[in-house]
Design a protein around this ligand. Structure first.
Ligand SMILES: C[C@@](CO)(OP(=O)(O)O)[C@H](O)COP(=O)(O)OP(=O)(O)OC[C@H]1O[C@@H](n2ccc(N)nc2=O)[C@H](O)[C@@H]1O
Ligand SMILES: Nc1ncnc2c1ncn2[C@@H]1O[C@H](COP(=O)(O)OP(=O)(O)O)[C@@H](O)[C@H]1O
Length: 309
């Protein structure tokens, strides 16, 4: 137990491959979800307080719920309940991950809050206990805690760490406004039903896993794929312009990040990433473009906080 504030830095993700199986009876889909943590971060700071309170700063702060709908609040409540204590904590989220952007920002905040509260309260939860709570909070939350690269099976919560043999350069085109994850999965089901396709069990691509192992960006570009992309494009057709702009600027691969609407571009190196970012910004087909690298570490306690807005 400490009374000094605890700050945790936690990364966004991109799905290098997102293979989506048929709709399950529980409303989820089985996945082969190849997660890569990328160098865009939120920071969650936990400070002792009389009662649970959430504040958010950053450009998209007004789109983030401050009540019990906030995933960070739910994470604090879940940890407190397990340990028979009150969630008497102020959580401040310094938000840099786009909201409802397909980059797991809410999941990142949940994982960050969990680690920050565990540290603040001296709960001493095991890694497995934290991962259990993460899986209860959302399909992507366990990966946000772990970071790096991992294959997510089940609904994405059953993680197998992956070896990555190099640094990959990515550019993210952030859209104006988000897309709802359940709506994108629903649209995926609707499109499949309309096309009367038989959906196979989702499998990770061996070529993609090999490209990650060897750090080969060109091979990775040839193997990336997102089964939710058609649905995201159906709901937001203008994303096709964003994808085309990045491709014409020299991206090795262009795809929607998870459920979108953020678009992800794999670049040959840092110079190429800067060129692609510039072209995207100039095109007006996105709100802003961010260049960064992967893999990035998972949720990490940092002191003091590195960002104040
Ligand atoms: C699509 C992905 C790809 O990594 O993330 P985003 O791109 O939105 O960040 C994930 O599958 C999103 O995971 P997450 O955002 O944690 O979803 P959850 O809260 O668990 O579920 C929200 C809703 O998404 C749908 N859902 C989610 C996961 C899954 N395997 N099948 C689903 O059908 C369900 O409708 C569910 O009610
Ligand atoms: N801490 C949080 N940060 C962002 N969004 C949150 C948070 N907690 C709950 N939400 C809700 O979750 C929705 C999905 O947000 P987010 O996790 O950023 O997107 P995605 O699921 O596309 O990765 C938001 O529209 C918002 O209503």
């Amino acid at each position: 137990m400490t009374t000094a504030p605890v700050t945790v830095r936690v990364p966004a993700k991109v799905n290098a491959q997102l293979a989506v199986g048929p709709l399950r009876a529980d409303g989820f889909h089985d996945l082969a979800n190849v997660f890569l943590a990328v160098g865009l971060y939120d920071e969650v700071t936990a400070t002792p307080a009389d009662a649970l309170r959430i504040t958010v700063s950053g450009p998209d702060a007004d789109q983030v719920p401050l009540d019990s709908g906030n995933l960070a609040a739910r994470a604090a409540e879940a940890l407190a309940a397990r340990h028979g204590r009150r969630a008497d904590v102020h959580l401040h989220i310094a938000k840099d991950i786009p909201v409802a952007g397909g980059m797991a920002g809410g999941s990142a905040d949940a994982a960050g809050a969990l680690l920050a509260c565990d540290t603040l309260w001296g709960t001493g939860a095991t890694r497995d206990e934290l991962l259990d709570i993460c899986a209860e909070l959302g399909s992507d939350v366990p990966f946000s805690l772990v970071g790096g690269a991992a294959l997510g099976r089940g609904r994405g919560e059953l993680l197998e760490p992956l070896t990555v043999g190099g640094t990959f350069h990515w550019v993210f085109a952030v859209a104006d406004g988000g897309l709802s994850t359940p709506a994108v999965y629903r649209e995926c089901d609707r499109l499949r039903q309309a096309a009367a396709v038989t959906v196979p069990a989702p499998e990770a691509s061996p070529a993609l896993l090999a490209a990650l192992r060897t750090g080969d960006a060109a091979a990775l570009a040839a193997a990336v794929g997102n089964d939710l992309q058609a649905a995201a494009l159906s709901l937001r057709p203008c994303l096709a312009d964003t994808l085309r702009t990045g491709t014409e600027a020299g991206a090795l691969a262009a795809l929607v990040s998870g459920s979108g609407p953020t678009c992800a571009f794999l670049a040959e190196d840092a110079d190429a990433a800067a060129r692609i970012g510039k072209a995207l910004t100039a095109s007006g087909t996105c709100r802003t473009a961010r260049a960064t690298t992967a893999p990035a570490p998972g949720a990490t306690v940092v002191a003091p906080p590195t960002r104040r807005h």
